[in-house]
Design a protein around this ligand. Structure first.
Ligand code: HEM
Length: 487
């Protein structure tokens, strides 16, 4: 399968590619929906996008666990929160947190989405100097989503003395420490991964659990960056907990942090959650909710700039109704963007025991206990057998009035929010946030590509991909778009 550096394996080659997914796609066309690559230090890694095999790996009642290296990285950034723990601990934590995302609760968050969207529109408007301004969409959507999860000053009843919310002040241009750390988290890994970092990851997969404690003491550049983001998140989580104990918020005024804080505090007082877990939940929600949503909103603006005809259609829908869920084109465009631009293009899992993977077409594949699997969201979301021959093109029409293929994935049968009991707990929140922010932006602005066009690539960052301008990855996360105010 082509040449590779022996120590780094294909894994090193994948992390070094300019556009995440290109090589996986090339190999998928050549070798099929399950193929083996060399991991670092000669480890064997299975790349999987076969729908039947993925159904087996993400089965709700017996999902494969995350790989040890993923656990290690998540633990550094998020502590022992929902995204990190397994089995009974995971089940217990998820049960405690689920009510914060019930449909009734989500409807209440809608007010916050709207206020932060209004503020975003005003701030973009104020920043424009002429009729032909270019903005970096990622910067603006990042400010808005940080405010939505952090609940900064866009909230009308915000007051540092009566609320415990952490003021990111993102939309006011004074980025708080956490805002800076989060920005750094995804972009830090844009510097080429070294062989020693890959060897470190390979070692984590190989050594017994008790050795892992000592590996934590080894400090690679990547580990240092991840740990320092985790430390900032921890500091904020502690601040939030202290304020949560100090203030009472009425039922109607409760935002996501209030709701989460209250559920967590109750579980803690009933002895169902330890202090370090409480801290980790807040860290998890702050970190997981930032770049994920903002990058996805920036991607849809990009796709709509490339396909302006859809901007007009969606604007017409928005002028006729306030009910976002009833708008076919708005939702089809969102689904199609989540299909083409998954923030986590691959989910790493480990076989918990010797197993037989069922494959499409009735075949099977025997795998040993401990086998590492790269479950490719990117490839699954682009399989021609599911999405059609034009699967590599952005075409929302595929989601209009059609039965969706397959049965995987919590949203639109895509793997973007994963599938089964470890799927994204806030996928509905993310979709509602995207609907509201996008609707408000499209009603006030027209987006187009800068003169001469621009090619955006998926840079393979950690823990997710980062949009960069081709040839300008060193400038970090960017989606430059031309903006015109609509009157
Ligand atoms: C566009 C937005 C988002 C995308 C594409 C996304 C995607 C994902 C994916 C793929 C997973 C599974 C990860 C794995 O198994 O390794 C996941 C899990 C998770 N996500 Fe999201 N996410 C988004 C937004 C959010 C937001 C806004 C939050 C919260 C603030 C959030 C919180 C979580 C948590 C806590 C988990 C762990 C769930 C568990 O293990 O039970 N996500 N997300």
């Amino acid at each position: 399968m082509g040449s590779c550096v022996i120590t780094r394996g294909h894994e090193g080659v994948l992390r070094g590619q300019d556009n995440a997914g290109d090589l996986e796609m090339k190999w998928c066309r050549k070798y099929g929906t399950v193929y083996r690559i060399a991991g670092c230090l000669g480890q064997s890694v299975l790349v999987v996008c076969d729908p039947k095999a993925l159904e087996h790996v993400f089965h709700p009642s017996r999902p494969y666990p995350k790989s040890k290296d993923m656990h290690f990285v998540l633990d550094l950034i998020l502590g022992k929160g929902l995204a990190t723990v397994d089995n009974d601990n995971h089940h217990r934590q998820r049960k405690i947190l689920n009510p914060a995302f019930s449909s009734a609760q989500l409807r209440k968050y809608q007010v916050i989405f709207q206020q932060c969207s209004d503020k975003l529109v005003n701030d973009i408007q104020r920043s424009l100097t002429g009729s032909d301004d270019i903005i970096n969409a990622v910067d603006w959507t990042g400010k808005a989503s940080l405010d939505i999860i952090g609940l900064g000053k866009c909230h009308p009843w915000f007051s540092p003395t009566t609320s415990f919310r952490y003021d990111f002040r993102a939309l006011d241009g004074q980025e708080a420490e956490l805002g800076r750390a989060m920005k750094h988290l995804f972009t830090a890994s844009q510097v080429n991964t070294t062989a020693s970092e890959l060897i470190f990851i390979a070692l984590i997969r190989m050594v017994p659990d008790w050795v892992l404690r000592f590996l934590r003491l080894i400090s690679t550049r990547e580990i240092r960056l991840l740990a320092s983001s985790g430390n900032v998140a921890k500091k904020v989580a502690r601040e939030v907990m202290v304020r949560n104990n100090e203030v009472q918020v009425s039922d109607d005024d409760r935002d996501i942090v209030n709701v989460l804080g209250q559920n967590i505090a109750r579980a803690r007082s009933e002895g169902k959650m330890q202090d370090d877990e409480v801290e980790a939940q807040l860290m998890t929600f702050v970190v997981a909710g930032h770049e994920t949503s903002s990058t996805s909103i920036a991607w849809i603006l990009y796709e709509l700039a490339v396909h302006p005809e859809y901007q007009s259609i969606i604007r017409a829908e928005l002028k006729q109704s306030n009910d976002y869920d009833s708008m076919p084109f708005l939702n089809a465009a969102i689904k199609e963007t989540f299909r083409m631009h998954p923030i986590a293009p691959s989910l790493t899992r480990t076989a918990p025991h010797d197993d037989v993977l069922p494959l499409s077409g009735g075949k099977t594949l025997a795998i040993p206990k401990g086998q590492t699997l790269f479950c490719s969201v990117y490839l699954y979301n682009r399989l021609p057998c599911l999405w059609g021959d034009d699967a590599e093109e952005w075409n929302p029409a595929r989601f209009l009035n059609k039965t969706l293929p397959g049965s995987l994935g919590v949203y639109a049968n895509l793997m973007t929010f994963s599938s089964g009991s470890r799927s994204c707990i806030r996928w509905r929140f993310a979709v509602m946030e995207m609907q509201t922010v996008l609707a408000n932006l499209l009603l006030h602005f027209e987006f187009s590509l800068p003169e001469g066009g621009v090619e955006i690539q998926h840079f393979p960052g950690l823990p997710g991909v980062v949009p960069v301008v081709k040839g300008k990855a060193h400038l970090g996360s960017q989606i430059p778009l031309r903006v015109r105010v609509l009157h």
